[in-house]
Structure formats: C-alpha cells, structure tokens
Design a protein around this ligand. Structure first.
Ligand code: COA
Ligand code: ZN
Length: 312
C-alpha cells in the first residue's frame, strides 16, 4: 500500500517541561518565559509550558506559577501544564494553564518511582482533578507513561495500556497520550498499539510521546502516523527525559521532526528556520550540545558552495 503523506500533523512542543525538567543547570524564570514566548511565535498550537509537581521532585520547574503568569499568550495556542495530583491542578488553575496533562505510568514500579504513588492512587487523584475542572474551561489530557516498556519491569502489554485507556475515557479525559518514557518502543509495536487504541479513541484525541533514547524516535513517529496518529510531542533541540527513569534521554527533536515532515510533504504549520535559530541558541542557555541533528547539519536546501580548484 502506498501511504498518502499529503496530510498534516500536530506537533506539541514540550521543551519547557520535559526538556527543562532534567537539566542540571538552573534556567532563570525570565529565560524560560523568553523561550516559551519565542516558541509561541513559531506556529505551534500546543505548548507544554511547565509542570506543577513537588518542587523537591523536580526543582528545575519549581517556578511554574511565575512562568505561566509571565508568558505572553498568543491566540490559538493552548498552554498545557503537567500535573500529578489535585494540588498540582489547583496550582495550574490559578496560574492560568489552559489544559492539564495528568500523568500515570502503565508500570506500577515506574509510577512508584516517579509519582511515589501506586497506579490506583494516581487514578483516585485524577478523579479529584476531574471534579475540580468541572465548570471551568480547563482541558484535560491524560498520559500513559511507560506505555511501550518500563526500565524496571520490561515490556508493557497492550492489554494493560487498553485498560488504562478505558479508565481515562471513563474519567472523561478529552485527550490521551501514549508515552515511550525511555525510548523502548519499536515501529512494529507502535503500529499495532496505535491501531488498537484508535479503535477506542479518535485520532484528534490521541498524542504520541516518543523519546529517542535508542535512536528509534522518528521511525516510531512514522509507524504511528501510518497507523493513523496525527499528534506528536517533540522537544526543541531534542532536550528532555524523566529524572526517575534510569538512562532516560531526550524527546524526539522538534526541528528534526519538522524537517522530516517538510521533506515528506506533511504539513505541520511550524516555521522551521525559526525553530533552527532557536535550537542553535540552546547550548549557550544550557551549557551543553543538543542531540538534535538538523540544527547542526542544516536543511537539505541549505546548500554549500562547491570547493575551489576542482578538476574541470
Ligand atoms: N505541587 C507542589 N507541592 C506538592 C504537590 C504539587 N503538585 N503535591 C504534593 N506537594 C507537596 C506536599 O504539599 C508536601 O509538602 P510538605 O512536605 O511541605 O508538607 C510534599 O509535597 C509531599 O507531599 P505528598 O503528597 O506526600 O507527596 P509525595 O512525596 O508522596 O510525592 C508527588 C508525590 C506526586 C507530589 C511527587 O512524587 C511528584 O511531584 N512527582 C512528579 C515527578 C515528575 O514530575 N516527573 C517527571 C514528569 S512525568
Ligand atoms: Zn517524556
């Protein structure tokens, strides 16, 4: 079958949250705000701008309120906040987040390591959040972390993921994210699981969140796309990772994903030259090289002059 790629895909930018949460160097609130403000001008419809979790768990994002209150909101952009519990949801609501991203792992061990709760406790906390959100304009998305594999428990079964999808739908979530927290997914597994989840959840509600830990990030995007997924998280420069998962590394890189889409004729609505410019400024902000590749190599159309003294 020849796939029709003349379609479009939504990129949700997660660098201000997943990207910065694992950075050892403190990023000043003003620099976080400037980063988000720049991202807001790059054509994204959705930006995960921070999290409201325990400041002891994730000190790098402890200034969530100041960040959300300080950003210059662009019309048409949904600003998402990751939250683990009711307290996080209350903080996000008063800081003006548009949507909450509630996170629980498919794996009990990873949920205990990351959220210090059993999965059942996370689900109870989420029903409190649903009650809080009722009557407000807050959107609700729920993520299944370690949906493809867990660094402690190994492969995650499809049935386990489907069980959580059902629980999320029953709670009334408007969006569901399947997250490959430590880059353990492979394209065949992704294709199968996405096809199965899409029997229960429309593509407009489903987001895929891949990490490039083992170099399979963009292959997994294409497999998910082939299976019908159209929303993907990605992080500028390829920043990111969960501090509570051994060996975690960056998300798929936004500008590499956008470059892939442009080369294949898939519309993302984002401005690649602007993204490359922003990504090239990240090493100065964070003090290290970025894993992203297109920012280093340039786009295919960024041609070089031919060497001098070539034989005629
Ligand atoms: N925001 C700020 N503080 C919070 C909070 C939140 N959302 N939730 C709990 N706290 C505070 C409590 O008020 C309490 O404070 P105190 O010690 O001053 O009294 C403290 O954190 C402990 O509360 P408790 O409910 O016992 O939490 P815990 O220690 O069992 O941790 C979480 C549970 C969920 C708060 C914590 O594990 C967490 O924040 N995890 C998020 C990890 C993360 O972001 N990972 C990457 C993204 S997937
Ligand atoms: Zn992640």
């Amino acid at each position: 079958m020849i796939t029709d790629y003349s379609d479009s895909l939504i990129v949700q930018e997660v660098a201000p949250r997943d990207g910065l949460q694992i950075e050892p160097k403190w990023v000043e609130t003003a620099d976080k705000i400037a980063l988000i403000d720049q991202l807001s001008l790059a054509g994204f419809s959705r930006i995960e701008a921070g999290s409201f979790v325990s400041p002891k768990a994730i000190p790098a994002l402890r200034d969530g309120e100041a960040v959300f209150l300080g950003i210059q909101r662009q019309p048409g952009v949904t600003y998402v906040a990751l939250v683990p519990n009711l307290k996080g949801a209350q903080r996000a609501l008063s800081a003006g987040a548009d949507e909450l991203n509630l996170v629980m792992s498919a794996s009990q061990t990873h949920n205990l390591a990351n959220m210090r709760m059993r999965c059942e406790q996370s689900l109870t906390a989420f029903s409190d959040v649903v009650a809080l959100a009722r009557g407000t304009s807050l959107g609700l998305n729920a993520s299944i972390a370690t949906a493809f594999g867990c660094p402690f428990e190994g492969v995650t079964s499809e049935d386990r993921v489907m069980q959580i999808v059902d629980a999320y739908l029953e709670l009334g979530m408007q969006g569901i994210t399947l997250a490959d927290t430590t880059g353990m997914a492979n394209p065949r597994q992704v294709y199968r699981l996405v096809q199965r989840v899409l029997t229960q959840v429309p593509a407009s509600m489903l987001t895929l969140h891949f990490h490039n830990t083992r170099g399979l990030g963009l292959s997994n995007v294409l497999a998910a796309y082939e299976a019908g997924a159209r929303r993907f998280d990605a992080s500028l420069g390829g920043l990111g990772g969960c501090p509570f998962a051994p060996g975690a590394s960056g998300n798929i890189c936004t500008e590499d994903l956008v470059n892939l889409c442009e080369e294949m004729g898939i519309h993302t609505g984002t401005d690649l030259p602007h993204l490359l410019e922003m990504s090239r400024r990240l090493p100065a902000l964070l003090g290290h090289e970025m894993p992203g590749q297109v920012a280093k190599a340039g786009r295919n159309c960024d041609l070089h002059s031919a060497p001098e003294n070539m034989p005629v």
